[in-house]
Design a protein around this ligand. Structure first.
Ligand code: NAP
Ligand code: MG
Length: 414
């Protein structure tokens, strides 16, 4: 709903031209979400928000229809902002008395948008990264489709021959390749990927590298896996070829590297690139990079579709332990920074799409207020533990958000 006419603290609100899709979530993340909306967004911004409640109860009531509706709304309006949600396991089904073990909302939305998820750390001066040379964000894009995550595996118990067989649909010549003649016990795994999925991944990476104006790196092991990894390398190369002019205009580059070289180069780089990873590499490397930049509370995440739709969120989950403390009435110190950056990411992209630079500027203002608040030593507990120089005490969730709001108001009245 547009909030124009509501009693606002700031007289002239920034008007957002086109709709923004908001997806609410669960537990502590939901508590933070509402605080952010109430104290940092609604008093300053007049936006047509299309609200979808992806909280587990409402997903259950709607037989998860709400998740599909939200994804379709992102398709329609182009920009979404999402709170962390519970992906139910058996224990959660009991805890929340669910009808079913619903799928992960992120997986549903990603499938509908054919999107790629990128993780981007937020840099704060007094939170030094584990790797001294890292000064700018390292954005990781993971091709979250197939490879070993959709493999067929077989335990070999007796000596024998393993073969790879391809049977073309509707007849035609079968292809058979020997994998190995087993003399002992062993294991076999069959994996695959598809050209449309790799192409969509490459295009999403290109689209986000252009949007962030950073170099695009892709690493694989094509010296060993000439067909499989070579296929990925070639498709990436072809897709990048199509956008050469756009890359040149922004003075950004595409680099293909052997995966081991990519890892080595990342460790001595100052950051500032988008690293496109095959599925397993992305799984492993995103955890390494996230830890290297400090806290999960500083990791933002964005889903980008090949045709340039965006859904922003924090990389962390619903922060259950803090939620249980909150339910007991204890104050928590949960880091809201990544959730705030989900909102600012969405607002800035909306402003860019709509041609409303004042919206982009306002989003940047909120981000600056967050970073400055943290750099002045107002930090949640997760950050206090790793801050340099150290601080005496940590701020509670609400204290931190209020400190940001106060700083934001000061920059506006200046
Ligand atoms: P999590 O919610 O990210 O929390 C794991 C731990 O990391 C927390 O217990 C906390 O450590 C720390 N942490 C994470 N975010 C923090 C923040 N903002 N501020 C301070 N500390 C933070 O992961 P999880 O416990 O594995 O998952 C919980 C639920 O979230 C699950 O139901 C899962 O399905 C869901 N999930 C959703 C998403 C999503 O929607 N994108 C992503 C991941 C997980 P301490 O307890 O030591 O303080
Ligand atoms: Mg992982």
């Amino acid at each position: 709903m547009r909030s124009a006419g509501k009693e606002g603290i700031v007289s002239a609100k920034i008007v957002v031209k086109n709709p923004l899709v908001e997806m609410d979530g669960d537990e502590m993340a939901r508590i933070i979400w509402h605080l952010i909306k109430e104290r940092l967004i609604e008093p300053f911004v007049d936006a047509d928000i299309r609200y979808f409640d992806l909280g587990i109860k409402h997903r259950d009531e709607t037989d998860d229809r709400v998740t599909v509706d939200a994804a379709n709304a992102i398709k329609e309006f182009g920009i979404g902002v999402k709170c962390a949600t519970i992906t139910p396991n058996a224990a959660r089904v009991t805890e929340y008395q669910l009808k079913r073990q619903w799928n992960s909302p992120n997986a549903t939305i990603r499938a509908i948008l054919d999107g790629t998820i990128f993780r981007k750390p937020i840099i704060i001066k007094n939170i030094p990264p584990a790797v001294r040379t890292w000064k700018k964000p390292i954005i990781i894009g993971r091709h979250a489709y197939a490879d070993i995550y959709k493999s067929a595996e077989l335990l070999v118990e007796t000596p024998g021959r393993a073969e790879l067989v391809y049977i073309p649909e509707g007849g035609g010549e079968q292809k058979v390749i020997k994998i190995h003649d087993f003399k002992s016990r062993g294991v076999i795994m069959g994996i695959y990927n598809t050209e449309p999925s790799i192409r969509s991944f490459a295009r999403a990476c290109i689209s986000y590298a252009l949007s962030e104006k950073v170099d695009l790196w892709f690493g694989a092991k094509d010296t060993i896996s000439k067909q499989y990894h070579g296929f990925f390398r070639d498709i990436f190369g072809q897709e990048v070829q199509k956008v050469q002019d756009a890359f040149r205009k922004l003075s950004i580059q595409y680099r293909y590297l052997l995966i081991d070289d990519a890892v080595a180069q990342i460790m001595k780089s100052e950051g500032g690139m988008l690293w496109a990873c095959m599925n397993y590499d992305g799984d492993v490397m995103s955890d390494m990079v996230a830890t290297g930049f400090g806290s999960l509370g500083l990791m933002s995440s964005v889903l980008v579709s090949p045709d340039g739709k965006y859904a922003f969120e924090a990389a962390h989950g619903t922060v259950v332990r803090h939620y249980y403390e909150h339910l007991k009435g204890h104050p928590t110190s949960t880091n809201p920074i990544a959730s705030i950056f989900a909102w600012t990411g969405a607002l800035a992209k909306r402003g860019e799409f709509d041609g409303t630079p004042e919206v982009v500027k306002f989003a940047e203002r909120i981000e600056r207020a967050v970073v400055e608040t943290a750099e002045k030593g107002v930090l949640t507990k997760d950050l206090m533990l790793i801050a340099e120089p150290g601080v005496e005490k940590f701020a509670c969730t609400e204290e931190f958000i209020d400190a940001v709001a106060e700083r934001l108001r000061k920059t506006i009245s200046r």
